[in-house]
Structures are given as structure tokens and as C-alpha cells.
Design a protein around this ligand. Structure first.
Ligand code: V3L
Length: 85
């Protein structure tokens, strides 16, 4: 985002950055004060709970990951499953 923040979801021992479009959508909901935000990932609907900071697949809530908002400069595994070295 313009102020240097991005949204991340948890992987194994590290964080993945959301793709830019999704990160923007989550940021917009966050700035509006929404409690949650619906996103689409590879054809699946996920709910990002902005109070509990969790992402859950809509129809399979056991598929649950932590999310966070942090600086774009932090160490990360990559973006949306694409590794960066
Ligand atoms: N953006 C992109 N892919 C996602 C997202 C998302 N917001 N949420 C889930 N997936 P689940 P390591 C992740 C993918 O939560 O080695 C990473 O992006 C998810 O991809 O059970 O464990 C990596 O590609 C997973 O493949 O619904 O850190 C991969 O895991 C699949 O959806 C391995 O990362 C099911 O996730």
C-alpha cells in the first residue's frame, strides 16, 4: 500500500505476502473498519477475519491460517505461493 504496509498469511515457518490485488482489497476493508473481508483464491472463497486476524476457507473452516498486516520490507517466503530468493 502507499504507506508501506502489506497483508500476509502464514505458511510453514514464515509469511507469504498476499498478491497485490488481494492485499489492496483487504487493506480497503481494514481501513473502512470492516470486521471481515471475502477474497477469492484459486477459485475458493476465503473469509479474512480482521478482528481475529485469521483466514478461513468458507466451506472448509478447518483450513485456517493466521494473517497479519506488516511492513512491505519484512522477510517473507514470497508472494501468493511464488517464492522469492
Ligand atoms: N493466497 C494464495 N494461496 C493461498 C492463500 C492465499 N491467500 N491461502 C491459501 N492458499 P488452505 P508453505 C500456501 C493456498 O489454507 O511451504 C502457500 O501460498 C495454500 O498455499 O488449507 O507451507 C504455498 O503455495 C495451499 O497451497 O486452504 O509455507 C503453500 O501453501 C492451498 O491454498 C505452501 O507454503 C490450501 O491452503
Amino acid at each position: 500500500t502507499e504507506d508501506g504496509y502489506q497483508w500476509y498469511y502464514e505458511g510453514r515457518n514464515g509469511w507469504w505476502q498476499y498478491d497485490d490485488r488481494t492485499s489492496q482489497d483487504i487493506e480497503e476493508a481494514f481501513k473502512k473498519g470492516d470486521k471481515s473481508c471475502t477474497i477469492l483464491v484459486a477459485g475458493y472463497v476465503y473469509i479474512v477475519d480482521l478482528e481475529q486476524l485469521l483466514q478461513q476457507r468458507q466451506n472448509e473452516p478447518q483450513r485456517c491460517r493466521r494473517v497479519k498486516r506488516d511492513l512491505a520490507t519484512i522477510p517473507k517466503k514470497g508472494v501468493a505461493g511464488l517464492r522469492i530468493e
